[in-house]
Design a protein around this ligand. Structure first.
Ligand SMILES: [Zn+2]
Length: 114
């Protein structure tokens, strides 16, 4: 549900870019979405189709690149990928801490057509 406003926002960004380029439509929007961003790719896709209808973004391809959350172990001074149901570092077994990697949410690229 909270994907609705951010979807409207990136559609507006893409529409503005199309206007600036004197393009008639947006053909592709590439988003980078971290696992920890709180935004679900399938909801973004659903709202995108709903909101883009009737705009220059209608029928544009929404390409979503997801980023896995990266954890950090202070003891080993090394990053690691968390395994399901565990926060433990795979080297020493102690619980590490989440890093900012995986919290991304941004528009990476917008493609338009004449
Ligand atoms: Zn460790």
């Amino acid at each position: 549900m909270h994907e609705y406003p951010v979807t409207r926002e990136f559609i507006n960004i893409a529409a503005r870019k199309a206007r600036e380029a004197n393009a008639r439509r947006v053909t592709r929007i590439c988003l980078v979405v971290g696992e920890q961003s709180g935004f679900a790719p399938e909801s973004l896709q659903m709202y995108f189709e709903m909101i883009a209808e009737g705009t220059v973004c209608e029928n544009a391809e929404l390409e979503i690149t997801t980023v896995k959350t990266q954890w950090y172990c202070p003891r080993c001074d090394a990053p690691y990928a968390r395994r399901p149901l565990s926060f433990a570092c795979p080297r020493c077994g102690r619980d590490g801490e989440p890093t900012s990697v995986g919290g991304e949410f941004y528009v990476d690229r917008i493609e338009v057509a004449e």
